[in-house]
Write a protein that binds this ligand. Sequence first.
Ligand code: SF4
Ligand code: SF4
Length: 361
Amino acid sequence: MRLDELTANGTHTLTVCNACRYCEQYCPVFPAMEERTSFARVDLAYLANLCHNCGECLYACQYAPPHEFGINVPRTLAEIRLASYEEYAWPRPLGIVFRDHSVIAALVLAAAFSALMLLVARLTDQPARAPSGGDFYAIVPHGAMVAIFGAVFAFAVIAIAIGVTRFRRDASGRPEGLQPRTTGAAWRALRDAVTLRHLHAAGADCVTGEEERRPWRRWSHHLVLWGFLLCFASTSVAAVYHSVLGWIAPYAYTSVPVVLGSVGGVALLAGCAGLWMVRARRDAALGDPAQNGLDRSFIALLFVTSLTGLALLVLRESAVMGRLLAVHLGSVLALFVTLPYGKFVHGFYRIAALWVYERRT
Ligand code: SF4
Ligand code: SF4
């Protein structure tokens, strides 16, 4: 759908909701909507990023299709949310990548980067086919790993930070005349995001279909979020061990980085499998079918990264370690490259939207 059509549909939907207000208790979208009498593109982007697609307001709606008003808030906001990622992306021309994700493309990218890692090992004369006693740096030198992954990760952080800052700046200025209440707003937004407070944590769970509420979407989200953070913590601790303390990998199975990475990896595997299954079972009317590739490619890359990471841990003393390491690093690289232009950004846009919301309440 073109941007002007999206804006027209969003304005139509929210204008009807603003008159009706039946769903005002469901989530922050409705109170934030009621502060507005008209809806510019920045308002639509802000409201879309407040929505977590629980689906509740579709089944409650007396104006949902086949009614002639055709109100479907979850789908309309999902479409606008994607357009907002594209619009705020940095550099802006790369925003079109959001439209073209697919599982196949993600796996091909991971395979291409895996081949690149094998090439790096070969160019640096590392014995990729020989057992190396679990020493990853005997396959891909530490300096090469830091240079490649550091550069890509730094770019991803900068690109996401610029996009989210632009979004927050636009959303913060509206509606004009509302006095912002800033004390603790960022903290409350972060708390709400990491506890998934609005994902019906205290009441009925997200809808899967009409009259069907299951906890799996919330639990799977938790597993992915905390699994990712544990893996990030594992890598950070390992970096401190190496660079500050001079403790060189491989680390014992009982060491802090290995325990954090193992627990995080298992959580990610379970969470990704859960999200995949929840998506497959969910009523298609609740989402935007055009975003299947965006969602699934991110889940697939996270899953492959976790699986190869855990396999690497188990098989690190074996002769397949070199090739397995190349596949794991290739998957991580594909994940990092796509972070600023994939589903990963939704967490940051959501925190920013909640931050603006908490300043208004
Ligand atoms: S989703 Fe439907 S029922 Fe809910 S506020 Fe909007 S128009 Fe009213
Ligand atoms: S789908 Fe859920 S979170 Fe989104 S607007 Fe409707 S009730 Fe709110």
